[in-house]
Ligand binder design. Structure first.
Ligand SMILES: Nc1ncnc2c1ncn2[C@@H]1O[C@H](COP(=O)(O)OP(=O)(O)O)[C@@H](O)[C@H]1O
Ligand SMILES: [Mg+2]
Length: 368
């Protein structure tokens, strides 16, 4: 039995990434191939640390080696991840941030901030480097939801200019107007002050290298949305809605805004929050108090991915009010843990698919 590293690579050309539908070699996902007698080793670099298909891809690689080389071969597959980006091309704000994801809705109170916080900490828990911007200048709720109210970000003087260091909590980097000024003060700001404050979050803040920067948006479809969309070079938007008609109608406005010609932000998908009520002690009982599958049907109507359902659970509200996000601290409730894990995985997956499909040279956009 004798074969070369080239033979190994050719065997792996038969393995496709099931999401991107191209083979792993074409996608530049295979590296570090070594052959030693009948032992073969290589690295598979996936496009998200939380890849739901990790085990399947690993098994497909081993099967391909056995099928196309020899079934006696001992295969050692090292699974690695490197989040892809389309933001590293051309002029850019925040070039060291691979993906910027805004969380928006038409309506207030549907759970944007809850989703943004739990999405950010879930992505970080799965191994990504993550930042979170609270763009809801008039109603910042991120400091409360992460238990960092009253904490002041450090300033750093670089070349006679002050830069803000985001606050680090639960493995993510966070910036909110609520951390910089008295929470009651920003309420009286006029539009231009709001947009310039937001610009500062981006230009005067040291974010460092990030896989994902999540932006928690204010409600509605106003100036802040246009500023964020036009200045940040967004990867895409996650739309939060609850199942009832009033929220869906506003979600449609948000979808139309992001799809409009002057904004043109891709929709990563729709998440249905408060999809059903479930009592903590009876997780199998579901009560569809706001209607059933409203978000899911909206995703079908607009032909965008459906990212999942988050139940209405007392623990999620308590997690928000106590600064202990339910996706990290509410894991004794399996429904809650599963919902947020699925959300983070689906968002990362959709981002990877978008980065692979829309890039001019998609396979080469893997940043190191
Ligand atoms: N799935 C949920 N279950 C229970 N409470 C929730 C859920 N989602 C949001 N909440 C609560 O509803 C309120 C509004 O949510 P929030 O995330 O602040 O909405 P938005 O940012 O869209 O205004 C908060 O008190 C939050 O804790
Ligand atoms: Mg909010």
């Amino acid at each position: 039995m004798s074969f070369s590293t080239e033979d190994v690579i050719n065997a792996l050309r038969h393995v496709d990434d099931p999401d991107i539908k191209k083979d792993l070699v074409t996608l530049n996902m295979i590296s570090g191939v070594t052959v030693d007698g009948n032992k073969v080793s290589f690295i598979v670099t996936l496009t998200t640390p939380a890849c739901p298909l990790k085990e399947k891809i690993k098994k497909d690689c081993i099967d391909a080696i056995h099928q196309y080389l020899n079934k006696e071969v001992e295969v050692n597959v090292v699974m690695d991840a490197n989040v892809t980006s389309l933001r590293n091309t051309g002029v850019n704000v925040l070039p060291s941030v691979k993906n910027i994801i805004c969380v928006a809705s038409g309506k207030g109170g549907v759970g944007k901030s809850t989703v943004a916080v739990n999405l950010a900490v879930s992505l970080a828990k799965q191994g990504a480097s993550v930042g979170l911007i609270d763009a809801d200048i008039y109603g910042p709720s991120i400091p409360l939801m992460l238990g960092i109210r009253g904490k002041r970000p450090e300033l750093r003087l670089i070349k006679e200019k002050h830069f803000i260091l985001p606050v680090e909590v639960e493995g993510i980097k966070v910036l909110s107007i609520g951390l910089l000024v008295d929470e009651r003060q920003a309420v009286v700001w006029r539009g231009p002050m709001v947009t310039s404050a937001l610009r500062q979050f981006v230009t005067d803040c040291i974010w460092g290298k990030l896989d994902y920067l999540v932006v928690d948006m204010p409600p509605g479809t106003g100036d802040v949305h246009i500023t964020v969309a036009q200045t940040l070079n967004l990867t895409g938007a996650v739309i939060v809605t609850t199942p009832q008609e009033a929220a869906l109608a506003d979600a449609r406005k948000a979808l139309s805004m992001f799809r409009g010609d002057n904004i043109n932000v891709p929709i990563i998908g729709i998440i249905e929050n408060m999809a059903y009520f479930t009592p903590e002690e009876l997780p199998n009982n579901k009560y569809y108090i706001f209607g059933k599958d409203g978000g899911k049907k909206l995703a079908e109507e607009y032909e965008v991915p459906f990212l999942g359902q988050i139940p209405l659970v007392q623990g999620i509200r308590e997690g928000g009010d106590s600064g202990k996000p339910a996706s990290l601290y509410g894991r004794e409730n399996p429904v809650v843990a599963a919902a947020f894990d699925e959300l983070a995985t689906n968002v990362a997956q959709q981002v990877a698919i978008k980065n692979a499909n829309f890039g001019p040279k998609a396979a080469d956009t893997v940043l190191s």
